[in-house]
Design a protein around this ligand. Sequence first.
Ligand code: AP5
Length: 219
Amino acid sequence: MRLVLLGSPGAGKGTQCKHIAAQYGLLHLSSGDILRKEKAERTELGKKAQRYMDSGVLVPDELVVEMMAKAIKDASAAGFILDGFPRTLNQAIELDKSLGRNGKKIDAVVNLKIDDVVVSKRVTGRRSCPQCGAVYHIENLKPKVNGICDRCGTALLQRPDDSLQVVAQRLKTYHQQTEPLVDYYKHNSTFFDIEAGRQPDEVSVSIREKLDAIAKCEA
Ligand code: AP5
C-alpha cells in the first residue's frame, strides 16, 4: 500500500504512522525526521533547511521533492506511508507525476482532523529522544523516569521548533499551504477524515478500520 497521512503539526502523524507501518509492513517516511537527520549530520541539505525549520516555515519544494523522491525509490514492494509530505499542492502534483511514471499511485489518504488549541498543547509538551527517536509528552505520555527515554536511557529533548511562538507560525503555515491538499486529495484519491482529538488507541482503531478495507481489496 502507498499511503499519505495528512494533519496539522501535532495532529499525531508520527505517532499513528509508527503503528500503521508496523501493522501493514510499510516503510514510514517522515520528511521532518529525514530533514532533522540531515540537520544533525550538517549536510548541505541540512544546513539549507535549518533556518526554515527553526522558524516554522516550509523548506523550499525543490529541496524536499528531490529528497523524498530518493526515499520513496528505496521503499520495498510492500509500500510506504508518507508523514509530513506532501505539504504543498506543488509537492502533491510532483509526487503523483513521479509515481505515475512507474505506473503507481497513492492508494489512500488519511487526514487527521483536530483543533489548533489541542495540537498547540500537544506539541509544546512533546519531548523526544535524540538517540532512538521515541516520542513522549509531559502530561499524556510520560516516561517512567522524568526526562529519560524508557527505551535507551538517553536524556529527552524538546525540539527547537516546539516553542509556543514557532508552533503558532507552523499552524499558520499549515492552514495556508497544506490544508488545501485536503480538497486536492478528496478529488484525486481514496480519502478518509479521522477525528484525531481522541486517545491514541482510539485514533489507531479508526484508521485501521478504514485501511483494512483497502488492504483487503489489494490482496
Ligand atoms: P515535521 O517534523 O513534519 O513536523 P509537523 O508536521 O509540524 O508534525 P509534528 O512532528 O510536530 O507532529 P505529528 O503530527 O507528527 O505529531 P506527533 O505524533 O509527534 O516538520 C518539521 C519542519 O520540517 C516543518 O515545519 C518544515 O519546516 C519542515 N518540513 C517537513 N516536511 C516538509 C515538507 N514536506 N515541505 C517543506 N518543509 C517540510 O505528536 C505530537 C505530540 O502529541 C507527542 O508528544 C505525542 O506523544 C502526543 N500525541 C500524539 N497523539 C496523541 C493523542 N491522540 N492524544 C494525546 N497526545 C498525543
